[in-house]
Design a binder for this molecule. Structure first.
Ligand code: 6PG
Length: 247
């Protein structure tokens, strides 16, 4: 594991391959489990395609590495589709990670993409306020896994919807700027309240946006991902060589 820089309370880890990326991620979960003794840890998963490889490697080769019974799974965002839809972040995680690891139903807290978005936004807001440890009266996830879009979005907070980032709510309804697809997303208030915030970003197509953000460029100031900072812990960039190639 190559360690590039640790500044401004952020750490950048560049992995040479998918196995090392998975091991880096597992080390962070292990650290979190060691820190928290009196309860399960709460992880919010990211969606999209990037995490799928990571989840499959973990499920295949590392099922015995951690006490998975002590991990509760939530989501940072979800598409407003049914849980059996190929677009569903829950479906991707369930098939690649949760089912293969035999995660108990009671440890899985999915966003119900199949019901009315405004209704589910309120439901999920209540759920995380009830189930997740609170810090400053805001749900404080032990691990917040985030992806990064080429346009600098993260979770489902898009550049033209920064009001969702700054919302006083814990969850909001977002609209994908291209497809018009509705989504439920955690807001910046919750994301930044997490202990460990982990950006998981791979592939050449993300190298430019990663470089812009990590260099704090003028261009990056319109990216929601640039406003992610951990109020209560660490911000970690888990990259591969391709996504880190312009650093
Ligand atoms: C989603 C995400 C989103 C994703 C990025 C990167 O629901 O799509 O949570 O924030 O992480 O768009 O997506 P890829 O991994 O597919 O590039």
């Amino acid at each position: 594991m190559e360690f590039i820089a640790s500044y401004k309370l952020r750490k950048i880890l560049v992995s040479k391959n998918k196995i090392e990326l998975a091991e880096n991620f597992l080390e962070l979960i292990e650290e979190s489990l060691l820190k928290v003794k009196d309860r399960n840890i709460n992880i919010a998963l990211s969606g999209g395609s990037t995490p799928k490889d990571l989840f499959q490697i973990i499920a295949k080769d590392y099922s015995a590495k951690l006490d998975w019974n002590r991990v509760n799974f939530f989501w940072g965002d979800e598409r407003c589709v049914s849980p059996d839809n190929d677009e569903s972040n829950y479906k991707m995680a369930n098939e690649s990670l949760l089912k293969p690891l035999n995660i108990a139903e009671e440890n899985i807290f999915r966003i119900k993409g199949e019901i009315n978005p405004d209704e589910e936004k309120n439901n999920y807001q209540k759920l995380i306020a009830e189930k997740v440890y609170l810090e400053n009266n805001i749900p404080c996830f032990d691990i917040m896994l985030l992806g990064l879009g080429e346009d600098g979005h993260t979770a489902s907070i898009f550049p033209n919807q920064m009001e969702l980032f700054n919302s006083q709510n814990f969850c909001e309804v977002a609209v994908h700027p291209d497809s018009g697809q509705k989504r439920i997303t955690l807001t910046g208030r919750v994301i930044n309240n997490s202990k460990d915030i982990i950006f998981l970003v791979t592939g050449k197509s993300k190298s430019s946006v990663v470089s812009e953000i990590l260099r704090n460029s003028e261009e990056s100031k319109k990216y929601p991902a640039s406003f992610i900072k951990s109020e209560n812990g660490k911000l970690i960039w888990l990259l591969d060589k391709d996504s880190a190639s312009l650093l």
